[in-house]
Design a protein. Structure first.
Length: 181
């Protein structure tokens, strides 16, 4: 014999329902079959409407609104606990990309410098650089410097030092700048 919905203290009901066997009410019984007639389907017993459940404490003993509030708090806590490491991860990823680009630039710069070093190991290249940059000439050669109208001529020797040297002593120059003369 099976019992359905025996209302005990766990469900919040203080009364017990009568036992029902095989899902039918005790007053309803099967009709005997008539052997002469074709097999007739017997009428199904009328179904009972399910009783409305009273809203009581639900899952974990909380009301539905409290469950929703607890769920919202849990979701917020999860979002906050995930957002900080995610932000850190993304910023570190960006930093890593920047560092990799910088490292690639340094590699190309090292490659160029190694090529330049290989070029300068040749004595002919060193001589060409000395002539171009430092204006060196070999003994017996006559250097020519072509000046264009907009260029300023580099002064030879100490001519620029003589022009910049003040006349007289320092205190006379100081008094002259104060006096206006």
């Amino acid at each position: 014999m099976t019992t359905r919905g025996s209302g005990g203290p766990a469900q919040g009901r203080g009364r017990r329902r009568p036992a029902v066997s095989e899902g039918r009410r005790p007053e309803q019984t099967r009709k005997p079959r008539k052997e002469n007639q074709d097999e007739e389907l017997e009428e199904a017993p009328p179904r009972r409407r399910p009783r409305r459940r009273r809203r009581g404490p639900g899952l974990f003993g909380f009301a539905p609104t409290r469950r929703a509030a607890v769920l919202a708090v849990v979701v917020c806590a999860l979002v906050l606990s995930i957002s900080v490491p995610l932000r850190t991860y993304l910023s570190q990823r960006e930093d890593l990309q920047v560092q990799q680009q910088h490292q690639e630039q340094l590699r190309t710069q090292v490659q160029e410098l190694q090529e330049r070093k290989a070029q300068l190991s040749d004595p002919a290249q060193v001589e060409a650089e000395a002539r171009r940059r430092l204006r060196y000439v070999k003994p017996g050669e006559t250097p020519y410097v072509v000046q264009l109208p907009g260029d300023t001529a580099p002064q030879q020797g100490g001519d620029h030092l003589k022009a910049a040297a003040p006349q007289g002593s320092w205190y006379e120059n100081l008094w002259g700048s104060v006096d206006g003369g």
